[in-house]
Write a protein that binds this ligand. Structure first.
Ligand SMILES: Cc1ncc(COP(=O)(O)O)c(C=O)c1O
Length: 381
């Protein structure tokens, strides 16, 4: 059960050894592993080293729990979840499998991460065009996305949170628009899920993908793709293999009957260690409680904004509360953010530079000491 009021200090001490060395503010890049996830990974390694396949059914059973927990995160059904080895793979499954006709179009924001651009651009040879909508004033405008859609538009795809500006797109408004216009709605959730909650029973999202290595605190190369139930049969399944069919484990004969669930996209062997670590991290976040996790990250991000402003940095984009996320993007005229990242790192503070902006992305275990270290190190930048 999620805690009513989590003990953040205990969580930091017990689960985040990274904090012994770093004031770590780079979860929008790659997160450190919680202690319990690393321990599970080690036990998998040990088991694989000493027992090979013998205990494989136990690890497979854990995957079932992990699938259910991934579904719980977004209020989906486990049958709507396919494990993937990157957000990019999840986007590709939908882009390649969508029932396109020549002359149709996809709309997205120009500031999207390339993973949500190239898979759609790659459809040009099938006669499908991509419309990139420029941002204005460091943010994406719904009206601009809407204006880019016309009768040819079949998919609108957007990141919940833009990776370099931290701007939070309004999924409810975009989803409602898409639903009303018969446009399928894809969400790249890797920068949103964790700092922000998603409920697919409330928000009309058709497809969503997120790897676990950022805000979900998992290892790289293990995540999930959500396909709303009514789309499972409508997409052409790509990457089909032995695991895609109903008799995947013990059919004596070939029987090409695809699973009725999103598992049909899991054609071959799993990234077993990655998915075990992913599952342990998701379980940790669920035990804290998605609401508490979100509030804590947003609170930490606000504290970082305040520190940055007092050090003379300008926060990029909108500062309306409903547009904010776990990402804080900053600019300062005449200052090279890459040099600042190096300066901070020498002082034990981990941050990033993306698209010429200084980027901070705190998580639940960042405490006031981390913030004080940041204040001191940034003050001198
Ligand atoms: C918004 C967004 N989408 C996708 C990706 C890439 O994720 P993956 O490597 O899991 O495909 C990133 C990585 O930074 C990202 O920020």
């Amino acid at each position: 059960m999620p805690c009513d009021s989590p003990d953040w200090a205990a969580l930091r001490r017990d689960e985040f050894p990274v904090a012994e060395r770093w004031a770590y503010f780079d979860h929008a890049a790659v997160s450190p592993l919680p202690r319990s996830s690393a321990a599970l990974l080690r036990s998998w390694l040990d088991d694989q080293e000493h027992n090979g396949v013998v205990h494989w059914p136990d690890w497979e059973a854990k995957l079932r729990v992990n699938r259910a927990n991934a579904a719980r995160l977004i209020h989906a059904h486990p049958d709507e979840i396919a494990f993937v080895n990157s957000t990019t793979q999840g986007i590709g499954l939908v882009a390649e499998g969508f029932p396109w006709r020549e002359g149709e179009s996809v709309v997205t924001a120009a500031e999207e991460y390339p993973s949500n651009v190239y898979p759609w651009m790659n459809l040009a040879s099938r006669g499908v065009s991509l419309r990139l909508v420029p941002s204005r004033g460091g943010r994406v405008w719904i009206d601009d996305l809407v204006a880019a859609c016309d009768g040819t538009t079949r998919v609108l795809t957007i990141s919940h949170v833009e990776f370099s500006s931290g701007f939070r797109n309004d999924l409810d408004a975009l989803g409602d628009f898409c639903r009303a216009r018969g446009i399928a709605f894809f969400v790249d959730a890797i920068q949103g899920l964790g700092p922000l909650e998603i409920d697919v029973t409330r928000t009309p999202i058709d497809f969503l993908a997120a790897d676990g290595h950022k805000w979900l605190l998992g290892p790289e190369g293990a995540g999930f793709c959500y396909v709303r139930r009514e789309w499972i049969e409508r997409l052409r399944p790509v990457g089909v293999g032995w695991h895609s069919v109903v008799g995947s484990y013990n059919a004596p004969d070939l029987d090409f009957t695809l699973k009725p669930s999103a598992e049909r996209w899991e054609g071959g062997s799993f990234n077993m260690p990655g998915l075990q670590g992913f599952g342990a991290s998701v379980a940790l976040l669920l035990s804290v409680g998605p609401k508490a996790v979100s509030q804590r990250i947003l609170d930490r991000a606000e504290a970082v904004r305040e520190i940055a402003r007092s050090a003379g940095w300008t926060v990029v984009g909108s500062t309306r509360p409903e547009d904010l996320s776990g990402i804080v993007a900053l600019e300062k005229p005449g200052v090279d953010p890459n040099a600042v990242v190096r300066h901070l790192r020498e002082r034990g503070v981990a941050a990033a530079c993306r698209r010429a902006r200084l980027r901070f992305s705190p998580h639940i275990y960042n405490d006031d000491d981390d913030l004080a270290r940041l204040r001191e190190a940034l003050g001198g930048s």
